[in-house]
Design a protein around this ligand. Structure first.
Ligand SMILES: Nc1ncnc2c1ncn2[C@@H]1O[C@H](COP(=O)(O)OP(=O)(O)OP(=O)(O)O)[C@@H](O)[C@H]1O
Ligand SMILES: Nc1nc2c(ncn2[C@@H]2O[C@H](COP(=O)(O)O)[C@@H](O)[C@H]2O)c(=O)[nH]1
Length: 300
């Protein structure tokens, strides 16, 4: 009999293959003048193009595999009226629609390669001190094909953290401005303390270029990404044991005892949410955990 670890990895791979197959069917490229590609390439924001007069519903129905029922559901989810025309979309509606098209409409200016949609965007979440940052850094250093998203945060830098690499360290006012102008793909108050957010445009740009993108964010953020980009793969990083998690948090030595207690309280809530995720990876050894995460992407 195979050891359970091997079975788990095999099951993960089978599930990814199934997701990929579903995505590639959904995104099969069609030809013809009403294909999604003929409609969207000009850019949704440009009100002077002929496409501006097209209804969003008509645009969605051009996407292969998206019939009227699913198209209307998508519109409901995007909070866009079926009668709305592309040229009449507000900024937030445009942004949401572009995110949607980025994963659903291959061959457009916003598209991903048709067969690699489902595993291009991977979200890595998990409780405090489980090693998300360590595993992500290992991936950045050893798998250059994976683009790591750099978050913005209102928390102060820790010793050794570099602005623009670890995070973009911003003031509360700057964070407010970014929220207001819709610059975040997702954002959240984490550990009831500071705000953290994923800048939207680098993620979208990388996906458009066909790159794999890794977001290392908290569970609230993971839920938001799932809601707006359902093709994203959500991975939950687990500690070998609770005691080891506590050891790692204390051993890191970057938080006060009060902050450690706050983070451990959040960790209990977060661990209870692990079933919402597509995959669970135990961080015993950093290189092995990193490999397991990268294996979920379509790269070597
Ligand atoms: N596989 C591992 N084995 C032993 N120690 C580890 C392992 N992975 C990470 N660590 C250590 O655990 C501590 C916490 O790791 P890290 O800062 O990466 O966690 P994190 O999940 O990003 O935490 P947070 O959510 O609080 O930012 C660090 O001191 C790190 O060196
Ligand atoms: N929702 C988001 N959560 C994020 C983002 N960037 C990081 N995080 C999470 O915050 C906590 C705390 O991080 P720390 O660096 O202060 O220890 C951790 O769980 C990160 O994953 C983000 O952009 N959005």
């Amino acid at each position: 009999m195979k050891p359970p670890e091997v079975d788990r990895v095999a099951a993960s791979r089978a599930a990814v293959a199934a997701r990929r197959a579903r995505a590639s069917v959904k995104n099969a490229v069609v030809s013809g003048e009403r294909s999604a590609s003929s409609v969207v390439t000009v850019g949704l924001a440009d009100k002077d193009t002929p496409e501006a007069g097209l209804r969003v519903r008509e645009l969605l129905l051009c996407i292969p595999g998206l019939g009227p029922v699913r198209g209307d559901k998508a519109l409901e989810k995007l909070a866009i009226s079926p009668s709305k025309r592309i040229g009449g979309l507000g900024r937030h509606q445009q942004v949401k629609l572009l995110d949607y098209l980025a994963v659903r409409a291959p061959g457009t200016g916003y598209a991903l390669p048709p067969t690699e949609v489902s595993t291009k965007l991977v979200v890595l979440a998990g409780p405090t001190a489980v090693g998300k940052g360590t595993v992500s850094t290992y991936i950045r250093e050893n798998y250059p094909d994976v683009q790591l998203s750099v978050s913005a945060t209102t928390r102060a830098p820790r010793p050794g953290e570099v602005d623009g690499v670890s995070y973009y360290f911003v003031t509360d006012d700057e964070f407010d401005r970014m929220v207001e102008s819709g610059e975040f793909l997702e954002w959240a108050v984490v550990h009831n303390q500071s705000r953290y957010g994923t800048p939207r445009s680098p993620v979208r740009r990388a996906l458009r270029e066909g790159k794999s993108v890794l977001l290392e964010i908290d569970i609230q953020g993971a839920r938001q990404v799932r809601a707006s980009m359902p093709e994203a793969v959500l991975v939950f990083l687990l500690p070998p044991t609770w005691d080891e998690l506590v050891r790692r948090l204390i051993g890191r030595g970057t938080e006060s005892p009060e902050e450690q207690a706050r983070r451990l309280a959040t960790a209990k809530v977060e661990l209870a949410a692990q079933d919402e995720f597509d995959f669970r990876v135990v961080n015993n050894k950093v290189d092995e955990a990193a490999r397991e995460v990268v294996d979920l992407m379509n790269i070597s």
